[in-house]
Each structure stands twice: as C-alpha cells, then as structure tokens.
Ligand binder design. Structure first.
Ligand SMILES: Nc1ncnc2c1ncn2[C@@H]1O[C@H](COP(=O)(O)OP(=O)(O)OP(=O)(O)O)[C@@H](O)[C@H]1O
Ligand SMILES: [Mg+2]
Length: 315
C-alpha cells in the first residue's frame, strides 16, 4: 500500500542487526588459557545499533518501526524491554539461528567482545521480502544500521525513494564494507552516510576531517556528517563545512553514543531543521547517552535534548 507522506504510520523504520548483549565486568585479570575468571558484575541488555537508534528515536517521541531478526526464545524479553521505550515487535521476525549474541568482557583498561551473528545472518534475505519492503516504505525515513550490500542497496533504495522515504546508513565498524569501492555509490545514494572517524578513514583511505571532506566532495556526497567522539562532529552541507563541539558531560560509558547521535540527527531532520542544528541535536543526544552505563539507560527525552542544545549552542 502506498501512503502519502502525511499519512505514513511510522516516522522512522530502523533496520539492522539485533543482539542480546551479555556484559561481564569486574575481573582482576584475564584468565590464562584453560583458566576460569569470575566477574563481579553481569548485565544482560538488548543491543545492536538498530535497537539503540530505534529506542533513541522513540525516547525522542518518534513513531518507530524496528525491523530485524531474533530467535523465538527471546521474544518475551525483547517485547517487554522494547515496550519500555514504546517500540513494538511488529517489524521483528523470528529467525532460525537464535538471537545474535555479543559477550562483552570489561577489564580495568580495556574491553573485548565475542560475537555470534545468529539470526542476523538472515537480514539480506529479509530485505528481499516484499512485505518487509512495504513496511519500510510506510515510514517517512528509513535508517539502515547495518552494512547494506551493494546489490541489495540497488534493489531496495529505489522503491524507498519512490515511496518518498529519506534514508541514512550507519554501517558501524565493518572494514570489508568500508573498503569495497562498490559501496561508495551507496554512500552517495542515501541522504546521509554516518561514519565515525575510524570508519571514515577506511572509506576515504586517509585520516582527518579535511581529507574526509575532500573525499566526500569528490564522491558527490551533498551532505555529510562525521562523528568525532568527545570532539563532537563535523558536517558539510552543499559545500559549506562546519564543526560542532560536543557538549561537556560526565561521560561514564560511550557504548552506543554513535547510535544515539544518529537518533538525534534523524529526529531533527524530520523536523526540517537545517543540518547544523541537526548535528547539534545529534551531539547532545550522543553526549547524554554517555552519562550512564550501557547504550539504552541514558537516552534523552526531547525536553532534555532541547534544554542541553540551547544551553550549549544558544538559540
Ligand atoms: N565523551 C564524550 N563527551 C561528549 N560527547 C560525546 C562523547 N563521546 C561521544 N560523544 C558524542 O557522541 C557522538 C558519537 O560518538 P562516537 O564518535 O564515539 O561514535 P561511534 O564511534 O560511532 O560510537 P558507537 O560505539 O556507538 O558506534 C560524538 O560525535 C559526540 O557527539
Ligand atoms: Mg558507530
């Protein structure tokens, strides 16, 4: 069914990888091979960029469709946790491999991750299902929190454009995707490609905001945004570049800051704000997300976001 823009049931469809995160912390030292180490703390939480960005957008008051795959054993847990953010299960399908899992092990000075992709391996096939494409077309904006393969992008982006959807992509740290020159066309075809500094350096083949700006210009990206961690973000809009400093916050845990940044950015774009203000809202959302442990705990409500944006950048 085709919807006129003002009648679309979703503001944003967020599609991508979904994980069950198991976070272990409080170890005295790494175990040697064959040894066992006991964590002082353990937390289980929903994870994956798509979940984080979907929950961030819902916290900001948007009607969000989360599209992805989990295993049926986790359905009730996902349903109740997502409901706390106002995100439903209607766009989630049950895969055969069980929910993707990330085990995060925090040591005093570093963290390591062990990941099993599980049901997420079915994502490319899922995006070829006509009912799923129709679901995405029913949103004003579609955000891909996944490395969208080139052939799939060529199949799915035209119908979304035809349905009047704007689009964005955050592929996360996906070196193979970022190194593959065929994906440059996808960066150009979406409305916003949203890398962090490490990812931008791989795709552009060189480091630094100026080098990325040159790459973006040569590639034909009309609008471009680059996440710079505690240094905020950089953007270019029709040839005009600017830097937005990050708000000062007491950062506790930066997990998911980039996904919260994406949520703040998309929310402001849907309000028709100019790109510089969108990036300010994005930085505020990313910064506030860092003020508590985990990616979901400190996602801001709209009023918090507006207050900190004004206090940081003025009206
Ligand atoms: N320490 C911090 N203080 C203030 N703002 C921060 C801090 N860290 C991150 N941010 C905000 O969050 C945004 C995204 O952070 P970052 O550049 O780390 O993204 P990322 O590497 O994609 O994160 P993720 O781990 O979620 O993928 C930054 O552009 C900045 O606006
Ligand atoms: Mg990121």
């Amino acid at each position: 069914m085709a919807f006129p823009a003002h009648m679309k049931p979703w503001d944003v469809a967020v599609v991508g990888e979904i994980y069950a995160d198991h976070v272990f912390s409080g170890f005295p030292a790494w175990p040697a091979p064959g040894e066992e180490a006991f964590a002082e703390r353990y937390k289980r939480e929903l994870g994956g960029g798509s979940v984080n960005t979907a929950c961030g957008l819902a916290r900001l008051g948007r009607r969000v469709r989360l599209v992805g795959l989990i295993g049926d054993a986790d359905f009730d847990w996902f349903e109740s946790r997502l409901a706390e953010f106002g995100v439903g299960m209607g766009g989630i399908r049950l895969g055969t491999d069980g929910t993707g899992i990330t085990i995060s092990v925090s040591m005093p000075d570093d963290r390591s991750f062990f990941t099993y992709a599980g049901a997420n391996r079915g994502l490319p096939d899922l995006l070829d299902v006509p009912a799923v494409v129709a679901d995405l077309c029913a949103a004003r904006h579609v955000h891909f929190a996944m490395p969208l393969g080139r052939e799939l992008a060529q199949r799915i982006l035209p119908p979304l454009r035809h349905a009047g959807c704007t689009t964005s992509i955050d592929v996360g740290f996906s070196p193979d995707w970022l190194r593959d020159p065929t994906n440059v066309a996808t960066c150009r075809e979406v409305d916003l490609f949203l890398p962090n500094a490490t990812e931008a350096a791989i795709v552009a083949g060189t480091t630094g905001a100026d080098a990325y700006a040159a790459w973006a210009r040569a590639t034909g990206l009309v609008r471009s945004v680059l996440k710079l961690g505690a240094d905020g973000a950089w953007y270019v809009d029709a040839g005009v570049a600017g830097h937005v400093a990050a708000p000062r916050v007491d950062a506790v845990d930066t997990t998911g800051a980039g996904d919260a940044f994406d949520a703040g950015l998309i929310d402001a774009l849907l309000d028709g704000e100019p790109l510089e203000r969108c990036v300010q809202f994005a930085c505020v959302s990313g910064a506030l997300c860092t003020t508590a442990a985990g990616a979901l705990q400190a996602l801001p409500h709209s009023s918090q976001s507006r207050t900190l944006r004004e206090r940081t950048y003025g009206s």
